[in-house]
Design a protein around this ligand. Structure first.
Ligand code: LLP
Length: 431
């Protein structure tokens, strides 16, 4: 359930009309709902409450500091994958001991920065990383509490670009060799081997591969304990899918029950790294219709949001529901349209062949399920300023990231001296 509902034919975020935000802020913009973020966090927390669970929100899903702070106030930790995300989590008030640092390509500098900041829980993904971490931690006189991310070679049955637990994916260390890597890690200075981590992909809509991965992980932990390692926690990653269209998705409660069945006998704290399930349906992208163009083969609804604001449709063929901010009159006939942005690429679309109520120029549309992997994946392609983000809380709201300006972008650039004077006349040429 989310808090984007129609009231008297108008779409609201909690108690704030989206049309009011559009008038005050301009379009396009992202709008997030505090009550929805809180609810999703709570539902997840309840689902795993039978375990000694810690929920480290996957900051990559939506890294706005206000969103992280909203969740941190409820007790969430953070799963971060870069020095930048770590900084955001710390600024948002997540205590360093509630931060897990994951990722396949951490730099020496990022690792040092993390350890100095007190972020000592590191999920290591390769042997070279282990060596660098050992060196950095030993030189700082700090013990990094490591988990090694194992790759259980399980097909998560999700989109190929967001599947991570097959041996051909770049993530984690193959189970077949992981035991030896743990043995090595135990002898290295600066490392305290204490956990096992696993994450097989994102937008998982089937519990079976999860179960398989967790069963393999639990068996692996038991093996490590037999080898004498003091494995004190497991990190089960994130990935729980959500409903974008009419897909059947497991509820957090079903997921929690499956986790309990597969790992509770390990009798240790369990970390979760949910991202999308918390933030996805807590946000919409509001856009205005620029033109309606009736083509020979198709109708196009050209809006002022584009693939630079929401890359998911073109990158993953992802479906996002699109609804009018002012509800269409009852009894209207839907028509088939492509909802496209102004960018000069045919891949610039938010929806293709969508049956929708007819729209006119200036109408507002809300693209749903845009709270996760939307604003964070935006670019400035075509010199389009990043869209602002707004957080609603009851009947109040705040712009939590202002709209970029074109000057913000151009100010980062420099014309070298040799180009600053009048252009020299060049001899020759093609003429
Ligand atoms: N933990 C790790 C180690 C991850 O790699 C991820 C996501 C998560 C947790 C959080 O997964 P979630 O609960 O949000 O599914 N841009 C893609 C999704 C990429 C996910 C990357 N890793 C999309 O728009 O679908």
């Amino acid at each position: 359930m989310d808090h984007f509902q129609y009231r008297n034919g108008e779409l609201y975020a909690e108690d704030v009309a989206l049309s009011r935000l559009a008038a005050e802020i301009g379009t396009p913009f992202f709008c997030y709902s505090t009550a929805t973020l809180e609810r999703h966090y709570q539902v997840f927390a309840d689902a795993v409450s039978g375990l000694d669970a810690s929920i480290c929100y996957a900051v990559k899903a939506n890294s706005n500091v206000a969103v992280i702070a909203t969740l941190a106030r409820l007790g969430a930790g953070a799963d971060v994958v870069s020095g930048g995300e770590m900084k955001r989590a710390l600024i948002a008030g997540v205590t360093p001991n509630r931060i897990v640092f994951s990722g396949v390509g951490k730099t020496r500098e990022e690792l040092a920065e993390a350890l100095k900041a007190g972020v000592t829980r590191i999920n290591v993904e390769s042997e070279p990383e282990l060596e660098i971490l050992s060196e950095v931690a030993a030189s700082l006189g700090i013990a990094a509490e490591i988990s090694i991310r194992i790759n259980p070679d399980v097909d998560a049955k999700t989109h190929e670009k967001i599947t991570t637990g097959k041996s051909e994916n770049k993530f984690g260390i193959d189970l077949a060799v992981a035991r030896d890597v743990y043995a090595r890690a135990a002898t290295m200075p600066g490392l305290e081997v204490c956990g096992v981590a696993v994450h097989i992909g994102s937008q998982l809509t089937d519990l079976a591969p999860y179960r398989e991965a967790y069963v393999r992980t639990a068996a692996f932990v038991e093996g490590l304990r037999q080898d004498g390692h003091d494995i004190r926690h497991v990190d089960l990653g994130g990935g729980l899918g959500i409903r974008y269209d009419d897909e059947e998705v497991p509820s957090p409660a079903e997921y929690g029950a499956m986790v309990t069945e597969t790992v509770s006998h390990l009798n240790c704290p369990v970390t979760f790294e949910p991202g999308r399930v918390i933030a996805g349906n807590a946000g919409v992208l509001v856009s205005r219709v620029l033109f309606v163009k009736e083509g020979l083969a198709k109708n196009f609804c050209i809006v002022d949001a584009a693939m630079n604001d929401l890359i998911r449709p073109t990158l993953y063929n992802a479906y996002h529901e699109i609804v009018p901010v002012i509800e269409a009159p009852k009894g209207h006939a839907d028509i088939n349209m492509d909802i496209v942005g102004p960018i000069c690429e045919s891949g610039d679309y938010i929806a293709k062949d969508r049956m929708m109520a007819p729209v006119d120029a200036d109408d507002l549309l809300a693209v749903r399920t845009a709270g996760a992997y939307a604003a964070v994946m935006a670019s400035t392609y075509n010199t389009r300023p990043l869209a602002p983000e707004v957080l609603v809380n009851g009947n109040t709201f705040e712009v939590i990231r202002r709209r970029f300006t074109v000057d913000d972008m151009i100010d980062l650039e420099t014309i070298p001296d040799w180009l600053s004077s009048d252009p020299p006349l060049r001899a020759g040429g093609t003429g």
